[in-house]
Write a protein that binds this ligand. Structure first.
Ligand code: HMG
Ligand code: MG
Length: 280
């Protein structure tokens, strides 16, 4: 059966980055290996950011060196700047991601740059990268510092990221506060400018609305969904935000709607159980 939707696994990065107890490199490697044998095609495996800002992700090089590079699976990494790109190249990341924000407050808190400064930092990285680059936009409907986000702010940042060469924009509901109304309003605006194939959605599930929001995204033709095994996570610079929608829930939902994810649910259950054991 042809795979018609893509699950982009966030657990090893977005899921673990906020854990206060340091998770050993070997446990991180084991989690990635469990995920990569499940049929998930893309796994965000490392984050080449400052270890002063996010200590949990300090062992990205060792994780990338320790995992089994299952063929057909892309092992990806976050890169906020040139130093991040250099680390990702040395670690042989298959794909990288720059991460900006639609709102000024979160941009400053997360990467210590205004939106404009962040885009100026990203352009040379995206242009120089020898691998595909994804672009995240955080705070697509709400910002913890600035309040509601106007869809025009998201459009502006997405236009720039696509123009510099990002192959896809992942729309980050950083706080998990998007609801069916705000999601519909945002996607109507975005889809009047961009094609669905240029967009992915990245819902956190703080208020339990992520699956409804994914359902709406499907109606708009979006087919790439970020999710985190066992619903792990939250962002250290988004107070109160919970994990991404769980990978298991997204797979069950998509399969129930007749889509084929290509993921083995039994293997995912095993990975989810292991993921839970890491944060207990
Ligand atoms: P800064 O302090 O402005 O940068 O941080 P700097 O250039 O002055 O560097 C400060 C120190 O960090 C220096 O070290 C640099 O060498 C080092 P020192 O001289 O003090 O010893 N440094 C680095 N080290 C390793 N790798 C690097 C790197 N860059 C600088 N790449 C910076 C700016 C961007 C580095 C910092 O703000 C940072 O690392 N931020 C990352 C925050 C983060 O990871 N947040 C979570 C991920 S985003 C997210 O979760 C949202 C998302 O899921 C979507 C959604 O849900 O919305 C993607
Ligand atoms: Mg996130």
């Amino acid at each position: 059966m042809e795979i018609d939707v893509t699950i982009f696994e966030m657990g090893p990065r977005d899921g673990l980055q906020n854990e206060s107890k340091f998770i050993s490199t070997s446990d991180k490697v084991k989690l990635v290996n469990l995920l990569s044998t499940s049929g998930i095609p893309k796994i965000e495996t490392a984050s080449f950011v400052s270890s002063k800002w996010v200590p949990q992700m300090a062992d990205g090089e060792q994780v990338m060196a320790g995992i089994n590079r299952k063929s057909g699976v892309a092992f990806t990494a976050l890169t906020p700047n040139e130093k991040g790109l250099e680390r990702a190249i040395r670690a042989k990341a298959d794909e990288i991601a720059v991460f900006g924000s639609a709102s000024e407050g979160f941009s400053k808190a997360n990467i210590n740059k205004s939106v404009k400064e962040s885009l100026q930092t990203f352009r040379p990285i995206v242009e120089a990268a020898p691998m595909p680059v994804r672009g995240y936009i955080s705070c697509i409907t709400d910002c913890p510092y600035d309040g509601p986000t106007n869809p025009t702010q998201v459009i502006k940042v997405a236009e720039e990221l696509l123009d510099m060469g990002c192959y896809e924009i992942s729309l980050g509901d950083t706080l998990g506060s998007a609801n069916p109304n705000t999601t519909e309003k945002l996607l109507s605006a975005l889809l009047s400018v961009f094609k669905a194939k240029d967009l992915a959605v990245h819902f956190h599930d703080t208020q339990g609305k992520a699956i409804e929001n994914i359902d709406i995204s499907l109606d708009f033709g979006i087919s790439t969904f970020d999710a985190s095994i066992a619903g792990l996570g939250g962002c250290p610079y988004a107070p109160g935000a919970r994990g991404n929608v769980s990978t298991e829930a997204v797979i069950d939902f998509l399969e129930s709607k007749g889509f084929h994810t290509g993921v083995d649910r039994e293997k995912i259950k095993v990975a989810a159980e292991f993921a839970r054991s890491l944060t207990r």
